[in-house]
Design a protein around this ligand. Structure first.
Ligand code: ADP
Ligand code: ADP
Ligand code: ZN
Ligand code: ZN
Length: 841
């Protein structure tokens, strides 16, 4: 436990004083950090930046805040562990804006998290144009999530989920016995329904399409549920005879129509898997009543600037801003009445809020865009933009890589937004790798020199220029004398993968050619369409063409993604050339490597299998006849029976999200005590799961199998992750690097297309250099690498660049320049060119 002494009023000198910080790898760190400067924490990944900024400073601020609230309220917070630190003085309350961990959750939209939706409803309520005879509506009446506002037909979903013959009977050449009605339950219940139809005289061996229309419609759509005697295994004629002879039936079966079964399962089943299965047989069609606008007719009749609220919400923020200022100008002229004043006030507030978001390069977002479709960087900037208007002051904001997802042209605006927060009287502590941001810092805290045990020291704390003299710093070299990139001649493509007629998001009939056998970066300002092109269109279309399910990259289905929210359309494009040389597609994205704490770094990479074998080979394990399965926390033999190997148990709280606490039986070790008796070099299997990659690399140095994987993980800059770290705790960038490392340790087969989305997220320039080596290795072994990327050092060293733009959203979606890095660096129309040029020798 920590011993924290603080002076209640904080130090009066304007600094946060940290004394004796020992969280994680920090080596008794003492450092003074100014509260009135933009402070950037730098260092290679795993050096201890986050342990200092989040693990110590933010955690301590949160601990003090929580001490002042009731134990009940305290439970609502995701509490951070009490930091290992002697004292922290001069510490204001802190707000952390971190990258989302473990994927996004919830159903919120851009409008709801920015509070713009609320303001807009108020605007329509108070200042909307109402048709004659319609009474003024409450603000809630403009929300599809309230009974007053929702369209009565679709209950505010905008879509109607229903079944069709084609959705339930995908192959109508099959007979009922051959499971033509695919949506029916499988196994016994399905046979039961078939046998009922036999009793009723339906020909279950006739191809579905040859059955009479009336019979088909009845089977699919009837709500009747007749109960009939069932004689399993008999034909209809035999059944008739059996009934005449009054033979005892096998049982009495009750029929359920196919549609009825789906609807009941979808709305009533306890099992999420069953609900998902039911959903997969449904189709979503636009609600005929509200035409997808989700609101009732009254609400949709109210307009502002000629648009109803649904139409306005579907516009990009930048267009809403224009609309608002138009209206503001007009009402100003005729102001004076109450409505005019209300409108004026709300419009001013909204315009100011949207203005900040535009400035942060988010003007292309629509208010109705689901938060789960945003990149972590967009999400963080959205929250940042919202904070600027929360009128808080005297707060320290601790941010995790705010530049993530930002084109260099947009970082200027980010810095300005940050300055505004600071000017409002707040402190800004950023963990950041982006050199443009580091250069603009007013104060640098450089942590290092390397990762893990080789790091944990504050090498420098002061104005940026002073870092020049700190020889040990790995940041210094990149900041002051950017290492001249070795001149390299771009590889010549082995062929071209050509796509035509691309339509998706802001891409409208785009054609794109990707060179094969080389490394290509896709660049462009954020919102220009890089992800749409690379991560959405290219991956979907190539996977389809190769007959490869894309979902195999994910551990399991996405619980949040119900059909009711899924996009109604799919990316469209045709491949016109180049597919024949691609054998396999591997997508290395930032999606979590698993969605439960049961998957982790060790299980995902296969490392755990090799380690379990080592344990099974120890003398004690042989003596007790424990094979490798005993050392798996996912198998019943060796795992703790109480928590079934989870290490934690879930505590259900009424009305609150459930929380996990360590298992009281195994104390979080996940295993039975007898399994923990088995030691390998003096450590139990649970001890190994608690090691980080770096420690494990040393521990298994003499074992070739685990070493191979561990060394690859180390090279990927993942030395700081624990082997047993649950998948749900990893950042998107970490998940991506784990996937990359897993691929790299596999046999190189060549002819694979690797697709990456911003692989440099979370990486110090030194780590980026290592990543680049990896990617080059992949290309050298005959593969193709395509990455959406902002880091110009990486882009400059590739073979080809496709630059998207010119702007974001509807102002983007085109290819503005393509060619070798040197070609694109001198392309006049490209906003990327000037930044790329700096790295072209
Ligand atoms: P950075 O932010 O510089 O990338 P971190 O502060 O995340 O580095 O990590 C610094 C060191 O602390 C690493 O060696 C890492 O293994 C260790 N560490 C980080 N998080 C934890 C944790 N939850 N438990 C134990 N060690 C951790
Ligand atoms: P980039 O990767 O260059 O930042 P994106 O491809 O993410 O750009 O976005 C391009 C455009 O497509 C933007 O206008 C964005 O708002 C829109 N867009 C991206 N993803 C979605 C989505 N899931 N739903 C709706 N619009 C989207
Ligand atoms: Zn509707
Ligand atoms: Zn347990």
């Amino acid at each position: 436990m920590s011993k924290v002494q603080t002076s209640p009023d904080g130090a009066a000198d304007g600094y946060v004083h940290v004394r004796g910080a020992r969280e994680h790898n920090l080596r008794d760190v003492s450092v003074d950090i100014p509260r009135d400067k933009v402070v950037v924490f730098t260092g290679v990944s795993g050096s201890g930046k986050s342990s200092l900024a989040f693990g110590t400073i933010y955690a301590e601020a949160q601990r003090r805040y929580l001490e002042s609230v009731s134990p009940y309220a305290r439970r609502l917070f995701q509490q951070m562990p009490v930091p290992e630190v002697d004292s922290v003085d001069g510490l204001p309350p802190a707000i952390a804006l971190q990258q989302q961990r473990g994927g996004s959750s919830g159903r919120s939209s851009v409008g709801s998290i920015t509070t713009l939706s609320n303001l807009l409803r108020m605007l329509y309520s108070r200042a909307g144009t109402y048709p004659a005879g319609l009474a003024r509506l409450e603000a809630e009446s403009f929300s599809p999530n309230t009974p007053m506002g929702a369209c009565p037909k679709c209950h505010g979903l905008g879509r109607i989920l229903d079944v069709t013959e084609a959705s339930m009977v995908p192959d109508d050449s099959l007979s009922i016995r051959e499971r033509a009605v695919a949506s029916w339950p499988t196994a016994w219940q399905g046979q039961n329904l078939r046998d009922i139809l036999i009793t009723m005289g339906v020909d279950v061996d006739c191809p579905w399409r040859d059955l009479p229309r009336k019979t088909r419609d009845w089977i699919l759509y009837t709500d009747e549920t007749p109960t009939v005697p069932v004689y399993p295994g008999l034909t209809h004629e035999q059944v008739q005879a059996a009934i005449t002879q009054k033979k005892e039936p096998g049982y009495n079966g009750t029929f359920t129509g196919a549609r009825r079964y789906i609807m009941q399962t979808f709305s009533g089943s306890q099992s999420a898997t069953m609900r998902r299965r039911a959903e997969s047989f449904m189709t979503a069609t636009e609600c005929p009543e509200c035409h997808g606008q989700k609101l009732n007719a009254d609400a949709l009749h109210v307009t502002f600037g000629g648009l109803n609220i649904a139409q306005l919400t579907a516009l990009p923020l930048e267009e809403i801003a224009t609309k608002l200022s138009d209206v503001a100008r007009k009402t100003q002229a005729g102001a004076g009445n109450a409505k005019g004043i209300a409108a004026q006030r709300i419009v001013t507030d909204m315009s100011a809020r949207i203005g900040v978001l535009l400035h942060l390069g988010l003007g292309y977002l629509q208010m109705d865009r689901g938060v789960q479709t945003l990149s972590p960087g967009e999400y963080q900037r959205l929250r940042l933009g919202t904070q600027i208007h929360s009128s808080l002051f005297g707060v320290v904001y601790v941010l995790d890589e705010p530049s993530s997802g930002l084109h260099p042209a947009d970082t200027e605006a980010l810095l300005e937004a940050l300055s505004k927060l600071k000017a409002a009287g707040n402190s800004l502590f950023l963990v950041e790798h982006n050199l443009d941001i580091i250069r603009k810092a007013e104060w640098i805290v450089d942590v290092g020199p390397m990762a893990g045990e080789a790091g944990g020291h504050v090498l420098y704390s002061g104005p940026p220029d002073g870092l020049r003299d700190v020889a040990e710093s790995s940041t210094r070299a990149y900041l002051f004398s950017p290492p001249a990139l070795p001149h390299r001649t771009p590889r010549v493509p082995a062929g071209w993968l050509k796509l035509k007629g691309i339509r998706w998001n802001n891409l409208d009939d785009l054609s794109a050619s990707f060179p094969l056998g080389v490394f290509t970066s896709v660049t462009g300002v954020s919102g220009s369409g890089k992800s749409s092109l690379v991560s959405q269109v290219l991956t979907t279309i190539v996977a389809q063409a190769l007959g490869q399910p894309l979902a195999d990259m994910e551990e399991d289905g996405d619980d949040d993604m119900l059909l009711s929210q899924a996009p109604a359309t799919h990316p469209q494009a045709r491949i016109t050339a180049g597919l024949e040389t691609i054998r396999r597609l591997v997508v290395i994205d930032q999606k979590p490597i698993g969605r439960t704490p049961r998957s982790n770094l060790a299980t995902y990479t296969g490392l755990f299998d090799t380690i379990r074998k080592l344990y099974a080979r120890t003398d004690l394990a042989r003596e007790r006849k424990y094979d490798a399965s005993w050392f798996s926390f996912n198998m019943p033999r060796g795992r703790c029976p109480h928590c079934e190997g989870a290490g934690s148990v879930m505590v259900e709280l009424l009305f609150l999200p459930s929380v996990y606490t360590p298992c009281p039986i195994c104390h979080g070790s996940r295993y039975k005590p007898e399994v923990l008796d088995v030691m390998y070099h003096g450590r139990s299997i649970a001890d190994v799961l608690a090691m980080n990659v770096e420690e494990a690399t040393r521990f298994f140095a003499d074992d070739p199998a685990p070493s191979a994987t561990l060394v690859t993980l180390m090279k990927g800059g993942l030395g700081h992750l624990r082997l047993g770290q649950p998948a749900t705790e990893l950042s998107g960038g970490e998940a991506q690097r784990i996937k990359l490392a897993t691929e790299l340790q596999k046999q190189r087969r060549g002819h694979t297309l690797y697709v990456l989305d911003e692989p440099t997220t979370g990486l110090h320039p030194l780590d980026v250099d290592r990543l680049m080596e990896h990617l080059q290795e992949l290309v050298e072994s005959g593969n193709t690498v395509i990455a959406a990327e902002h880091d110009m050092r990486l882009v400059a060293r590739g073979d080809w660049v496709i630059d998207m733009g010119p702007g974001a959203g509807t102002r983007g979606g085109h290819i503005v320049a393509e060619g070798t890095p040197a070609d694109v660096a001198s392309a006049a129309a490209s906003r990327t060119a000037p930044f790329l040029k700096q790295y072209i020798g």
